[in-house]
Design a protein around this ligand. Sequence first.
Ligand SMILES: [Zn+2]
Length: 244
Amino acid sequence: MRRLNPIDLAPLDSPPQPVRLHMTTAVHPTDTLVPAPHDQFTHFVGERLWLDFVNSDRALRHGTRLGDALDAFDTYVNWLGAARVLDLERADAMLRRAQQQPTAASAALHEARRLRNVLRAMAEAGTGPDRRPEELAISEINRILGRSAGSRRVEPRSDGGFVRSFVTVGDVFAGLLVPVIESAADALVQGELSRVRRCANARCGRVFYDASRNGKRRWCEMSTCGNRAKAARHRQKVKAAPKR
Ligand SMILES: [Zn+2]
């Protein structure tokens, strides 16, 4: 099982260090979801990190209501933790950094929302005739990558293997979106957009990569939207049945 590697962040009391971001991003976090405290979020159903990121607009549980995980910097960081982009220790360090640099943190949050908007448009447009959402997403991706100065490296892993990494310089928050962007870039490069769908429940809005063999997945989750549709069909059948 492949898993995302965390961003390494120097302790706050040490001199500034480059932020190290490991790039094993074409991975879906579902099978590596950790329990509490990340159960504040709904299930990851997108099958791709960038699609789960798009779905983060209704991923935060408030009792029975769903809120936006990007409403605040701390829930954004917690979401990245739940998605295994950050481990708990690094997420905690990011939150402490945000307290020291609130303006930079709020700019990073703003940038995350902006990226999510263009990625949603690209996901929903799929491979339709309108190429503008795709072009907009590409220019946003390249704009953020252009700002994320750093260098790529290959480094040994503790288990004896190797990992590609991206070492950023300057803004510590700049690298947060890179795994999401890499995932979206992979989708473009590998021609996956034709398999990206929006849940058939019009009130849901979640998007996912259809990995089914016949390419006919309709629901974000069978246990929620799929079952609701089944129950509705059943009610209609009962209503339509002739009374005796
Ligand atoms: Zn749904």
